[in-house]
Design a protein around this ligand. Sequence first.
Ligand code: HEM
Length: 482
Amino acid sequence: MKSISLLLALYLFQPAALAYIWPNPPIDGLEDAYTISSGFGALGIVDDVTPCTLGPAGSGRQTSAEWLRTAYHDMATYDSATGLGGLDASIGFETNRPENIGTAFNTTMSFFNVIQTNHMSCECVILAIKNCGGPSIPFRPGCIDATEAGPSGVPQPTESLETHIHHEFARQGFNATEMIGLVACGHTLGGVHQVDFLSIVANAITPENQEGVVHFDDTSGVYDNHIAVQYFNGSSVDPLVINSNSDAAIFGSDGNQTMREFAQDSEFYISRCGELLERMLNTVPSSVKLGDVIEPLPVKPYDMNLFFNATGGLQFSGFIRIFGTSDEAAAANPLDMPVRLVWLDRHGGSSTSYTTPAVSAEFMAATSLFGSLQFFQFVDVDIDPSLGISSFVVEWAYDQQSALTTANNGGAGFPYQDVILFQTKGSCHGAVDKNSTINAVVSTSLNKILIINTHPFRFGTTWAPSPMYMWTTASRRRNKAR
Ligand code: HEM
């Protein structure tokens, strides 16, 4: 019994690898969410901010802008002297503060809660900015959500330039020049809402614009340098320049040098915003240590499943994802790409029969904001149950003429265990909790392979109910009695 528990523990809690080697359960999901923007395998985050102007929460509202503003307000409480505050989702407990005016914060946090693991809110902001045409901001996992409100300290438009520079941005760890940059990198999406700032915006409410939003620039649905171009050539529409002195004072505080550079060079604007927003998103409480930057894996297994079929045969199914940033990757036709899996058996042995092609189809079409990706599927591949499988590599090319490249997951292949098999087809899964019953059975004929499922299924003739089954039932009874 001990050995079964140990196996389960090893399977469920594999230690995080130093470099990102598949599988790495907490990172795998985040990497998928980062890499797959739409189509097959996508979580739908990017769909919620596409187009960049999308704002289902109210007329005139813009989800992408709300996510970015929410991230800044969450971070803006950071105190570099104490290490307290910073990006930790504490904004969810702080929405009734006057410094967090508007319903955008609640709407944003509700959305993040639905898709959430606590690492994911930063990822959403990064995807939204990129989707609007902004920089590629490196994503580091590891944010930890606060369980209560943190310190206050979000800058207000009514405060002086002195307060903004020397108290708020300095406390947050940004100098005066960086402050100008960060504000100009934020006030390129969305705008000021009359319903929230009556003293700054007037007469903007119409049936089509029920919150009375006045945009910061003439391209509020594009992450670009128009905030600086219009400021610099005197055609600014930014209410915080025209009707309030907040942005005007900040933008002019270095004699317009930063805004001039931004206005004259759109690429410089994008790259500088990438740097500043990366710092903003990495400003977490000092007790939190962020992980390494997650980048799309070039070749990655997806939704793999090794299972016993109705007649007792062992079968392997799943998908392979191929990601690239080259012109070749963009031009590739997945229907014409050779892709195949080559595996080793449980003892590390190879054979010419240990291989299967993986093919693409229309339903697997997917896109990435960061490059091109294609999916390939292999279905119900027979594996000899007495020999099993221990790892595989993927051999692939962008077309039939090119030599195959071997993806070996950093050298040792993609590990695949055949000891504990989850019977997807025989289980109702997705809502497993502490009250669920997990059934397990050990094969007496197939080398002691263990199958688990989460509701009763009919055992075939070669299967006998295992001590594990008795154990789970008995231990639940015991736990109840405690
Ligand atoms: C002195 C610093 C800042 C002040 C006083 C300020 C003030 C404001 C105000 C008054 C609004 C209008 C909000 C509403 O109508 O509900 C706004 C919107 C916005 N701010 Fe700032 N802000 C500052 C810095 C920043 C920074 C650093 C960022 C991000 C890097 C940012 C991102 C945004 C965004 C994206 C919006 C548009 C929100 C929407 O359309 O829903 N702001 N800001």
